[in-house]
Design a binder for this molecule. Sequence first.
Ligand SMILES: *Cc1c(COP(=O)(O)O)cnc(C)c1O
Length: 357
Amino acid sequence: MAETAIPHSQPWIAQDELQAVADVLRSGRLAQGPCADRFERGLAAFIGRRGGVAVTSGTVALELALRALQIGPGDEVILPSYVCAAPWLAIQHVGAQARLVDIDPDTFNIDPQHVRKAVTGKTRAIIVPHLFGLPADLTELQAIGVPLIEDCAQTLGALERGRQAGSVGTLTVCSFYATKLLCTGEGGMVLSDDEALLERVRALRRYDEDPSLDPTASNYKMTDLQAAIGLCQLHRLPTFLSRRRDIAAAYDRALIGRRGVLPQVPAGRTHVYYRFVIRLAETSPSDEVVPAFIARLERAGVHCRRPVFRPLHGYLKMDGYPNSELVYQCAVSIPLYPSLTDEAVAHILTVLREELG
Ligand SMILES: *Cc1c(COP(=O)(O)O)cnc(C)c1O
């Protein structure tokens, strides 16, 4: 048993962030201001988009992306069944119809073949989460010809055929929740190359100074305290990502050939390992396999998690999503974050080698 358990995730906050927050506090300008502007420009440049609009959360960013496309009642939006509830909730908030589709069990991402079958005359957008750090098949999804909303809450800095995840869709959303690749506590952003769409998002994020008094507008502004943290994190993001890749490579080397399926990276894509998700080898998957594995690792001082708490078809009691169901029953996320020490990595591997034979 380890002295102190290794958490499943942990932000990396350094002296920079402490200083930056103190500077904002001393400036007397605490709400949205110059730091938010710089954070928007900085992240847009990193992803390769013309602009960004910083908001209070990733969930709000998804909702505002849908509203910017003027999606509402009578419209359909496609999304994968294997994802957290946020994209589904955003679709409910705008009053559109959510159409769930199954995933590719090897990449955990939305399967373009299933998307094609789900498109109808009412389909107005596809929400494309790039899950766990691996971009979805943007090339195939783009070929469908429906606007894509890329959900980059879990993937920044990864490539699909040489293109940055987040640089392809009509709109892109990010989350800066405490566990994400780049964190501000809570926060989100909508990015795009289309200035008219960005301007619509800006108008929805404030309640005043808009001649039309749009009833769907509200107060969704990010504070400069958060944006100051975001700027520091963005500056260190390349370091974070390279440490993540190194840890993932160590896990891969140590675990290859053992029981369980390691993260797959299809040709033409790169992975930034927001999560290191393994599929336990199970001849008879059930709802009990993953909790039992997690409990054994916890006793050994390693906190693992189900990477998606419950797939949407599970919440909604819908059948017909066999790949999502299989992945839900087998997938476990192993701790992987840049502040993880070499000693912690070694301990995790010792425990995993015992578990995976
Ligand atoms: C975290 C997350 C969200 C929601 O972001 P919040 O900032 O927590 O609201 C949306 N989509 C995905 C894929 C996420 O991982």
